[in-house]
Design a protein around this ligand. Structure first.
Ligand code: NDP
Length: 292
């Protein structure tokens, strides 16, 4: 193995410490405590784990956490009414509705109902539009965390050839926008891309956000490239399940310059960026200088 391991846990811990220090500063300076409301509809086990982790980490950095757990029979109208109340609640600076939602609720209606300045997930069309037009936006947490790690690893990204595999609204597209804003030459690949191997092989930076276990083998990676593996895939191994990424870690680590592991890479940064976004939202709402 020759690649440096990009330690997402360590990055996330460092970011949480920075957020905690800022929270302390604005609490004592401006008398404002940032607040994050997390809404969970139903009892999806993975969502419950995420929501618990988010609540715990919110409190740990000194913010207020408001958890709303609703039954999986909740109507869209009731959920929209709750979002309306959270939009109006001055203690709440960030609103996150945990996905997936039960089938009777259209996620697009819900995401559009969240006030854009409290949209700490950055999924509202206003924020997507602001990001793609270079305006101040709330940026989706997972790609934001990837960008922070890339900047820390590589310094200036200008001129790098970046390939993002995956074009979802929550990861692939905003990731590509962020890399473009940092002056990379960006290619977005997807399920209809021809000769994906050659496309990936051309990249100085590969961001894999597909959701297919180890679909990118090591010999697709250009020697020395930086690999960010967003994929979280559960596979059966020896009677248990384990998590693997979209990249064949062992193979890629032999050729890449640096690589994020799964778990312990992109995942921990996502929640840390959620806290950072909540702080940013709070500062913007109260007209306070936002941290970088
Ligand atoms: P989506 O399913 O929404 O998107 C997957 C993308 O991969 C699509 O654009 C699809 O293309 C593309 N794709 C599928 N098959 C292929 C293929 N054979 N070749 C090339 N591209 C392909 O997934 P998400 O973006 O929501 O998530 C991607 C992964 O990231 C998942 O494993 C998810 O669990 C993980 N994730 C991790 C997070 C974290 O915090 N670490 C947060 C969010 C997601 P097309 O559009 O053509 O169908």
């Amino acid at each position: 193995m020759s690649a440096r391991i990009i330690d997402g846990k360590a990055f996330a811990a460092q970011l949480r410490r920075r957020v905690a220090a800022e929270v302390d500063r604005i609490r004592s300076g401006a008398g404002v405590t940032p607040g994050l409301a997390v809404v969970l509809v139903g009892d999806d086990p993975a969502s419950q784990v995420y929501v618990r982790a988010k609540g715990r980490q919110t409190v740990e950095v000194g913010m207020e956490s408001f958890e709303h757990r609703l039954p999986d029979t909740t109507s869209e109208a009731d959920l929209l009414a709750l979002i309306g109340r959270l939009n109006a609640d001055v203690r709440v600076h960030g609103i996150l509705v945990q996905l997936p939602l039960p089938p009777q609720i259209d996620p697009a209606h819900v995401l559009d109902a969240i006030s854009p300045e409290k949209d700490v997930d950055g999924f509202h069309v206003v924020n997507a539009g602001r990001l793609s037009t270079g305006q101040e936006a709330m940026v989706p947490c997972t790609p934001l965390g990837c960008l922070m790690m890339l900047r820390a690893e590589l310094g200036v990204l200008a001129g790098k050839r970046a390939v993002v595999v995956g074009r979802s609204n929550i990861v692939g597209k905003p990731m590509a926008q962020l890399l473009l804003a940092d002056d990379c030459t960006v290619t977005i690949a997807h399920s209809r891309t021809r000769d994906l191997r050659a496309v990936v092989r051309s990249a100085d930076i590969v961001v894999a956000a597909v959701g297919r276990p180890r679909m990118i083998p090591g010999d697709w990676i250009r020697p020395g490239a930086t690999v960010i593996d967003v994929g979280i895939n559960r596979i059966a191994a020896g009677g248990k399940t384990r998590l693997v990424g979209d990249v064949d870690y062992d193979g890629a680590a032999d050729v890449a310059g640096a690589i994020t592991p799964v778990p312990g890479g992109v995942g921990p940064m996502t929640i840390a960026c959620l806290l950072s976004n909540t702080l940013t939202a709070c500062c913007r709402i109260h007209g306070l200088p936002a941290p970088d």
